[in-house]
Design a protein around this ligand. Structure first.
Ligand code: PEP
Ligand code: MG
Length: 850
């Protein structure tokens, strides 16, 4: 056999040659598949990764043997063939074998211009890529003829002191060597490593006989694909140019034909119906047997079709979903394959508007990409202005040093949020993700001058309130102006893919949802329930803030209860709405968590308003506010500590929950409620709360003659709660790990301030990643695993979950699966990605451990 005459490193691609992507690269393997499908592929020889490594060291294969399959006067192309086509490779070099004799011969057969173009193109590629000469000296001339060719050959000789090589074997050897070396270049290595290639990734090369598409009869070259790269819908696109003579000047429209019949002009379909049909058949064969949508490169030579190459169709995120689903629906791939083929990040792109990747970007500043998607709007500096802007129907970007719960309504109203401080779990980031509002936090190089109402970029540019900027929460960039956007698009394929994912995943996915709107989003994304409802957000709605402040200022328990009685119906209505929307799916309600000072004003005008509202002297208000302030509020009077010190708040919340359950139950919905106690660090805290809550339950259930289907559980977010989970689980039906606070307390790292130095820490390798972003499996994960194990030891059926921001990330989902958790809970917009990742992890496990 021919291939046995070559070294084992060089193989002619035949149907039964030994060939694999891991040895010869993806292109070589794909060409073999085309050959096996009886497609008219010109003679091709593959060099393995080892052959190319040898060539880079100057040890070329036996050139005579390599060239033998191509006959006496070869004209060849050389293309890269890396293991994964996405890893790139050096540019292809065409027309290897052109020399003076061949030029003279071809000029007679096809005319001087055509032959000169082929030779000129080769000399240019050779000079730039092989001899590494200055590309500026080797522009293709407008006029291709013997004179311009002579000039380029002379330029080559002048630069190298050698005539242009005439021996095809020498030419090919040099081309192979230069391509092999290019693969080892620093920039090529960095580029492919950025795409996930291993450090020792190999390069194969394929040498193929040129099918020129030039000469008598129908001749030309083209590419065709059978789906639209943007939408993924079936559509024939590509191009075909009759006579493979791309013009050297600006236009190459001459000779271009439409592929399919078109009223605007001639088409390949009309001109060569049989070849066109053959091309369609090749496309169908590729789809069926390569199990992928391929872009096919072809030439027609005197009416005969040649298939030169086929590569995976480039595709947008939207198209990737549609193509995977269509292939599975047509039985070409399995549903499992379809689920494995789509990158979860593609789903996130589909859920949000994005800056058009082709649009120019005028980057003002970079921060932390905290909530994906992009939006443009006029700068506003306060939450009130954001609401006013929204009321006028003008999109705005809320720019704040950092946000506080008081800004929530402004964040709702804004198209995007930008803060100078904060990290991935800061208030702005958490709320932004929950609302699906694009958000960049920690843009510490930006300055806000509140007095002049201006924002200063690090390059000195200054923007006034009202100026247009764009927040790209996917990349963390803030851009000047309003670049074009790509709209979010959720189509049927998206839903289908996720339904399939749900069939394969083995861990629950819930959403963190605080409001009815969040709950609706959670339902739309098929979350199985609400894993965390942060109830404090409800107290910033409408006029509740005022009532909350009255409660904080109440002098006695009775006064406090009286004020809370006014909040009770509002809270009951909140819960009733949530329970109705969730229609019997679990809702985990976390009792009040933040320190009370978050509800109080921090500036003079706010204090004055408050004094007026409470009819108290301003100094008294100022004094009370000061008395409530703490050195370390996040480690202070919050969570269950408030529940114990000021029990009326939790009593009111429990009553509202139970009454809402009764009300919703009366309408035929059976709510399933988990009541969660935050910031627990000792078993006695849970014991005390449990008895209070049970008392409230009895008080509500008795008169209503209702059975309340609720569970009481604990949010494990202090290291001590994880360490003592065996005692805590005595009183807790579930343990939900709040990895935001747990990370903060495990590292002793403020989640609101870490953004200031996090990038320096990550850059210097102190932390591999921002632990608020990527769950620290070694440290925080150890505590979570320990807590889970100790909790289970005491109560084997304790329900386990993660509800910190990590819940939507692949590593945290993998961790939770490994430790047999019941579910993860994440922001509603991360739910689709989490469903897909959970399914991919389950499927990958099945492949590894069938
Ligand atoms: C947590 O601490 O992980 C959590 C989910 O709660 P929060 O972010 O509201 O503190
Ligand atoms: Mg917390």
């Amino acid at each position: 056999m021919q291939q046995q005459m070559m070294s084992p490193l060089v193989t002619q691609i035949t149907p039964d040659a030994r060939m694999s992507a891991a040895v010869h690269g993806d292109r070589a393997k794909c060409l073999q598949r085309l050959i096996r499908l009886d497609m008219p592929v010109p003679v091709t020889v593959a060099l393995s990764f080892d052959a190319v490594r040898d060539a880079a060291l100057g040890n070329l294969p036996d050139m005579a043997a390599l060239m033998a399959p191509f006959g006496p006067q070869p004209l060849l192309s050389v293309r890269p063939s890396s293991e994964n086509a996405d890893w790139g490779g050096p540019s292809a070099i065409l027309n290897v074998g052109m020399n003076d004799a061949r030029f003279a011969h071809m000029a007679l057969a096809m005319g001087e211009a055509a032959a000169a173009r082929l030779y000129l193109r080769f000399v240019q590629s050779y000079a730039v890529h092989v001899a590494r000469l200055d590309p500026d000296e080797f522009h293709l001339p407008d006029q291709a003829d013997a004179t311009s060719l002579g000039m380029m050959l002379a330029a080559y000789e002048a630069e190298t002191d050698e005539p242009f090589p005439q021996d095809p074997a020498v030419q090919l050897a040099e081309v192979l060597r230069s391509m092999a070396r290019a693969w080892d270049g620093t920039s090529a290595r960095l580029l492919r490593q950025a795409k996930g290639a291993p450090a020792d990734a190999g390069l194969g090369l394929v040498v193929q006989a040129m099918a020129l598409g030039l000469g008598q009869g129908e001749c030309g070259t083209g590419i065709v694909q059978f789906v639209d790269s943007t939408t993924g819908a079936p559509r024939i696109t590509g191009r075909y140019v009759a006579q493979n003579l791309p013009q050297m000047d600006k236009t190459d429209a001459e000779g271009a034909l439409y592929l399919t019949r078109d009223p605007r002009g001639a088409s390949l379909q009309d001109r060569c119906p049989e070849t066109f049909a053959q091309l369609l058949e090749c496309g169908a064969l590729c789809r069926q047997h390569l199990r992928e949508e391929m872009q096919v490169k072809f030439t027609i030579d005197a009416g005969k079709l040649f298939i030169l190459d086929a590569v995976r169709v480039q595709r947008s995120s939207r198209a990737s979903v549609r193509i995977a689903v269509a292939l599975a629906e047509d039985g070409v791939i399995t549903r499992q394959d379809a689920v494995l083929r789509v990158e979860p990040v593609a789903l996130s792109e589909l859920l949000h508007r994005q800056v058009d990747p082709n649009a120019p970007r005028d980057v003002l500043v970079r921060g932390i990409a905290a909530s994906p998607g992009a939006a443009s709007g006029r700068i506003v500096l306060t939450a009130n202005e954001a609401q006013a802007s929204a009321a006028r129907g003008e999109p705005c970007v809320l720019v704040r040093r950092e946000t506080t719960p008081e800004d929530i309504r402004g964040m709702h109203a804004a198209s995007a949020v930008l803060t100078m401080r904060g990290g991935i779990t800061s208030h702005a980031a958490v709320i932004g993700r929950g609302l699906g509002v694009p958000c960049v936090v920690g843009a510490s190089d930006l300055l806000i001058d509140r007095k002049s109402g201006r924002v200063m970029a690090p390059d000195g540019r200054s923007f006034a309130a009202g100026d247009m900027i764009t927040v790209d929460g996917t990349t963390g960039q803030v851009l000047a102006g309003a670049p074009p956007m790509l709209e979010a698009s959720l189509d049927g394929a998206f839903q289908t893919l996720l339904e399939w994912a749900d069939m394969f995943r083995d861990i629950g996915v819930r959403a963190n949802a605080d409001t009815p709107a969040d709950a609706q989003t959670a339902r739309n994304f098929a979350a199985e329930g609400i894993g965390l409802c942060r109830t404090e957000h409800m107290f910033f709605e409408g006029d509740r803030l005022g009532v909350m402040r009255e409660m904080i200022f109440a002098e006695s328990s009775d006064d406090r209860r009286a004020v809370l009685d006014r909040l009770l119906p509002m809270q009951r209505a909140d819960f009733a709405e949530l329970f109705s929307i969730m229609e019997g799916r679990s809702v985990c309600v976390r009792l009040f968590d933040p320190p009370l000072h978050e509800f109080l004003p921090s500036d003079k005008p706010g204090m004055r308003d408050l004094a007026e509202q409470l009819a108290l002297p301003l100094p008294e208000v100022t004094e009370r506010v000061a008395a409530l302030s703490e050195y370390n509020p996040m480690l202070g009077m919050r969570g269950v500590r408030l529940g114990i010190a000021i029990p009326e708040i939790y009593d009111m919340q429990a009553q509202a929950i139970f009454e809402a359950m009764v009300a919703v139950g009366a309408k035929g919905i059976a709510p399933a409620v988990d009541i969660m106690i935050p910031l627990v660090s000792a078993m006695r805290e849970v014991e005390l709360m449990k008895s209070r809550i049970e008392r409230v339950a009895t008080k509500v259930a008795g008169p209503a003659r209702a059975t309340l289907n609720y569970r009481l559980g604990v949010m494990v977010e202090t290291p001590r709660a994880a360490l003592r989970a065996q005692d805590i689980a005595v009183h807790a039906a579930f343990l939900s790990f709040g990895t935001n606070d747990l990370t903060q307390m495990t590292y002793g790292l403020s989640r609101d301030d870490a953004g200031r130095f996090m990038s320096t820490y990550v850059q210097q390798g102190v932390y591999a990643e921002d632990p608020f972003h990527t769950l620290d499996i070694e440290g925080v994960g150890e505590l979570v695993a320990m807590g889970a194990e100790r909790g289970r030891r005491c109560r084997p059926d304790v329900v386990l979950s993660i509800c910190g921001e990590h819940g939507g990330s692949r590593s945290a989902i993998a961790f939770c699966r490994d430790h047999k958790f019941d579910y993860v809970s994440c922001s509603p917009f991360r739910v689709p990605g989490a469903r897909l990742m959970a399914a991919q992890l389950a499927l990958t496990d099945q492949i590894i451990k069938p």
